[in-house]
Design a protein around this ligand. Structure first.
Ligand code: FMN
Length: 173
């Protein structure tokens, strides 16, 4: 069991996407800690029907950036993680794993952004992933470029959330 922790709660609620990164690579310790958080994610029937492709090769990242419509954060990322769903796996499990890796990254000072491959076949081809496996999403990761992030944010109207009242229904839809 985890100990109750206000800090952990604040990290969960406070996790925001980071899209602008400094150029240095992830330290091996940070990379491994993030992957370890992915490895320990609970999955349906504990099947663990997933694998994670770790990409640092620039040419490979540039090819992947062609596979989605909003992939710019990939181009500045130090590392790109692509969680791959094996044929008997569930998207729910991969979503949990991705969020865990994002939270673990944030706990180590690493920023991250989920990225959609709107053309999943393209990502499969670039990565050599078989047709019956899923690779619809990636995580762009790197140490945040704080000043670029702040400047970029002010010109975006992103952020904020719907109210709790509009989120929650009691007992019935
Ligand atoms: C499934 C999923 C796919 C996403 N795809 C992209 C994407 O392709 N490009 C991008 O820049 N952000 C992408 N995002 C990030 C969302 O835009 C972000 O979570 C949302 O705007 C909330 O951001 P915030 O937590 O920083 O407020 C994706 C997020 C999720 C959960």
């Amino acid at each position: 069991m985890l100990e109750p922790s206000a800090e952990t709660y604040a990290s969960v609620v406070g996790l925001r996407t980071v899209r602008r990164f400094r150029p240095e690579p992830l330290s091996p310790d940070d990379r491994d800690a993030i992957l370890e958080a992915g490895r320990w994610t609970g999955s349906s029937k504990n099947r663990q029907s997933w694998t994670v492709i770790v990409i640092t090769e620039r040419a490979q990242i540039e090819r992947l950036a062609e596979c989605g419509d909003f992939t710019k954060p990939l181009l500045g990322a130090a590392t790109v993680l692509v969680p791959v769903r094996l044929p008997d796996g569930y998207d729910w499990d991969l979503g949990r794993m991705s969020q865990n890796m994002m939270l673990a990254a944030a706990a180590r000072g690493v920023g991250s952004c989920p990225i959609t491959f709107h053309r999943e076949d393209c990502a499969r081809e670039v990565l050599g992933v078989p047709d019956d496996h899923g690779c619809r999403f990636a995580l762009a990761m790197g140490y945040p470029d704080e000043s670029a992030e702040l400047a970029g944010r002010s010109s975006f109207s992103m952020g904020g959330r719907k109210s709790l009242e509009s989120l929650v229904r009691n007992d019935r839809f």
